[in-house]
Design a protein around this ligand. Structure first.
Ligand code: ATP
Length: 289
């Protein structure tokens, strides 16, 4: 399913004294099967953009095309259920939304809410639990008796059990340890590849953006500052640092460059080598230009 944002503006609490312009003139195309990362400093509008992808927010100007549905400013939209079913969002700290008595009921909740039969929802819960790497005996446990990392996986399983066409991830690994982060990010990447699942990732980790995405959008002060392939975006790391993106993550990126370019591309081109040297030089200078 293709998604396309065309000149989208969103104002929180529009037409009130508390009106706040969060994003403006945002145009992003997400063709079916894409892995897109959205990066940008805190408050740059990433989460606001994400919530337009399944019509949780409706533009105050512009339009969003989600499959064959157009969500447009100033128009009433009925039956957004099918959109919500096809575009699954994993919010930040999704485990905070667990509420059922058992893990199984929690995972079944979404599919049953969208009309899937109880027996099919049970089968989906079992499969989704397997996908996130948890053992079946967890199904009968209370989600509140699990570790934080296990709760996160259960919450993700709940979104996967909806069998969405598009998976939207808002900092899905926030607060996890490095191993848990890698396992979850690898899981999303495998799903993306195996099922041709469109994936949109909001992240503060430039390493993850470089490693997994086909395309990166950089948000700044509510606008799309630039977009391109990871190679294009990271060809100017200093510009990213100036946007307030963390230097330690660039150090990680420096380490990752070789691995990423070795695995993702058949050879390292001169410009990529130059990029690595440029970052090294920048860091030797203590981050000053
Ligand atoms: N419910 C809200 N009411 C009013 N303003 C809001 C609301 N949610 C977000 N904003 C404002 O909109 C702007 C964009 O916020 P948004 O959460 O989209 O940014 P973000 O890039 O996702 O930030 P972060 O990386 O911190 O999650 C910010 O100025 C924020 O303060």
């Amino acid at each position: 399913m293709d998604i396309s944002l065309k000149n989208v503006e969103y104002r929180y609490q529009a037409d009130s004294p508390f009106e706040h312009l969060a994003i403006s003139d945002v145009s992003i195309d997400i063709p079916s099967g894409t892995y897109l990362a959205i990066i940008g400093h805190t408050g740059s509008g990433k989460s606001t953009v994400l919530q337009h992808l399944n019509a949780l927010l409706k533009p105050t100007k512009g339009s969003v095309l989600i499959g064959s549905r157009e969500i447009k400013a100033g128009r009433k939209d009925k039956n957004l259920k099918s959109i919500r079913e096809n575009v699954g969002i994993v919010f930040q700290f999704p485990e905070h939304q667990l509420f059922e008595e058992t893990v199984e009921k929690d995972i079944m909740f979404g599919p049953m809410n969208f009309g899937v039969s109880e027996s099919d929802a049970k089968a989906r819960a079992k499969e989704a639990l397997q996908l996130v790497g948890l053992p079946e005996d967890i199904l009968e446990k209370s989600p509140f008796d699990l570790s934080g990392g296990q709760m996160r996986r259960v919450a993700i399983a709940g979104v996967l059990a909806m069998e969405p066409d598009v998976l939207v991830l808002d900092e899905p690994t926030a607060g996890l340890d490095p191993r848990g982060r890698k396992e979850i990010m690898d899981l999303f990447y495998t799903l993306h590849k195996k099922r041709n699942l469109s994936t949109v990732l909001v992240t503060h980790s430039m390493e993850d953006a470089a490693k997994y995405a086909d395309e990166i959008v950089v948000m700044h002060q509510g606008k799309v500052l630039t977009k391109g392939t990871p190679e294009q975006i990271f060809s100017d790391p200093v510009a990213l640092i100036e946007l307030g993106l963390d230097v330690p993550e660039v150090i990680g990126l420096q380490l990752k460059i070789e691995e990423t370019f070795h695995t993702k591309f058949s050879k390292i081109s001169l410009s990529e080598r130059e990029l690595a040297e440029m970052i090294a030089e920048f860091l030797r200078g203590g981050g000053q230009r």
